[in-house]
Design a binder for this molecule. Sequence first.
Ligand SMILES: N[C@@H](CCC(=O)N[C@@H](CS)C(=O)NCC(=O)O)C(=O)O
Length: 202
Amino acid sequence: MTKPRLTYFDMPASRGEECRLAFTIAGVDFDDHRLPREQWPALKPTTPFGALPVLEVEGHPPIGQSNAILAYIGRRYGAHPTDLFEAARHEAVMAHVEDLRATLAAGGRNADEATKKQAREHMATTSIPAWAGFVERQIGDGPFYAGDRPMVVDVKLYMGMRAFRRGVMDNIPTTVFDAFPKLIRLYDAVEAWPAVKAFIAR
Ligand SMILES: N[C@@H](CCC(=O)N[C@@H](CS)C(=O)NCC(=O)O)C(=O)O
């Protein structure tokens, strides 16, 4: 059986990195295929949805959509609930992360720099804290979403917040999640998880 193959751009970011981290927390050896940007235009129309990440598993057609890939990895390798209701709760949070990305992408689309800046600053005090508040009240005793070990929902949340906390998002303060202690605890716990720490340090 060949290793599962994950294709994404050659950067430690967003939807590709969260799928890499899902394999990492599950302790699964995978083929980390990092696509050179110049090869993307030719590959794009051949992918399931014209986007990356894409997961290939021997004997099956490729899978697109990060949340479907995460749920597959989690189910197959024990990092997603087996209980149907619990799994749906986790998947809802994963969809909530995609909603945040969509809000961010829509803010200031086709606008000049000043308008984009204004939109980002507005989000930092409105939609982003609102987004975080909904997750915060669903996290229990932690440190992770469902207790003391990370699941795929945790790497989704971690990557959903990471660009903000690392200051990659212009005009949004790195402190934007600081009023949400359970989210911050979850973020820090994912980053401190030994396998994740080792993966990031590579
Ligand atoms: N809803 C999709 C979105 C995928 C997506 O937008 N991927 C981006 C990278 S994070 C991409 O492929 N961009 C290049 C393109 O659209 O041509 C998912 O969750 O996987």
